[in-house]
Design a protein around this ligand. Structure first.
Ligand code: NAI
Length: 269
């Protein structure tokens, strides 16, 4: 049985993924701000370094898979923190663990993007470019400046909506750019992203001002299946990507969103 690291393991989709892997007989190294084997703040360079070090120690330097699920939502007040947690967190963690994934011979990594990357019309292309260039200070500064300049009704709706959607777009682009480099592809380490839609977790409940408690047909984005997702609906697909048998998909971004993205952008892919 394998050894997997799961970030965000204390709640929501990370907890559901950790539980699924454990039920399948694997060892899971959970990473979170609390209630985890590795307690670390992935929003800071020190926290990321510590997390990588402790995961390598606990795994003996060999990992079958990493699910980088930890993240925050558009309701977070500090847009700079959203960029640090949602983009720079998973990128630094996966860069730091790539060697351990290669050591297993069939390493698998999954990163949590969001369908907000394609369905929210407020993405800041310059902010995404700063993130992809690895400029964390620049990205934090631009995220805060964008937030300060945003109309009040946007701030009232979700204070970090632009940083959130941009962080999720940038992380999906990072996955696509990185997955095909020889250091990943030719080492047998497959890297994919999942873009969930509205999934009933504490994050969604905190970010949508009660909309996720009501009728899915009244939700701000279309919910064609007439229901919100459960954390297990996403954990199922994370698990598929983490299997050694999942050997010909890399650089993919899979929408697991009940059809929201298809309903909003039927002719895009
Ligand atoms: P959640 O709030 O239930 O779980 C997120 C976990 O990440 C928490 O346990 C939290 O402590 C941890 N975390 C947050 N900041 C951290 C940090 N700085 N360092 C370490 N751990 C940290 O949220 P949920 O919904 O399960 O979210 C999982 C991922 O899915 C996130 O990346 C989120 O942005 C993304 N997502 C969620 C959607 C939803 O509708 N719930 C939709 C699309 C994407």
């Amino acid at each position: 049985m394998g050894t997997f690291a799961v970030t965000g393991s204390a709640s929501g989709m990370g907890a559901a993924t950790a539980a699924l892997l454990e039920r399948a007989g694997h060892s899971v190294i959970g990473v979170d701000l609390r209630d985890a084997h590795v307690v670390a703040d992935l929003g800071t360079p020190d926290g990321r370094d510590r997390a990588v070090g402790e995961i390598l120690e606990l795994s003996g330097g060999r990992l079958d898979g990493v699910a980088a699920i930890a993240g925050v939502g558009p309701g977070m007040k500090d847009a700079a923190a959203v960029m640090s947690i949602n983009y720079f967190g998973p990128v630094a963690l996966l860069d730091g663990l790539r060697g351990a994934l290669a050591a297993s011979g069939a390493g698998r990594a999954v990163v949590m993007s969001s369908n907000s990357a394609s369905t929210v019309p407020l993405v800041d292309a310059e902010l995404a470019a700063l993130a992809l260039a690895g400029d964390e200070d620049g990205a934090r500064e631009r995220a805060r400046a964008g937030q300060a300049a945003a109309p009040q009704e946007i701030i009232d709706f979700a204070p970090s909506i632009t940083a959130y959607a941009t962080s999720k777009l940038a992380v999906a682009h990072w996955v696509r750019r990185t997955a095909v480099t020889p250091a990943w592809a030719r080492e047998g380490v497959l890297l994919n992203a999942i873009a969930p839609g509205a999934v009933l977790t504490p994050l969604l409940r905190d970010s949508t001002g009660g909309a996720a408690e009501g009728d899915p047909d009244d939700f701000p984005t279309p919910m064609p299946l007439g229901r919100f997702g459960e954390p297990e609906d996403v954990a199922f697909w994370v698990h598929q990507f983490l299997k050694p048998e999942a050997r010909f998909a890399t650089g993919a971004v899979l929408y697991v969103d009940g059809g929201t993205d298809a309903a909003m952008r039927p002719d895009a892919h």
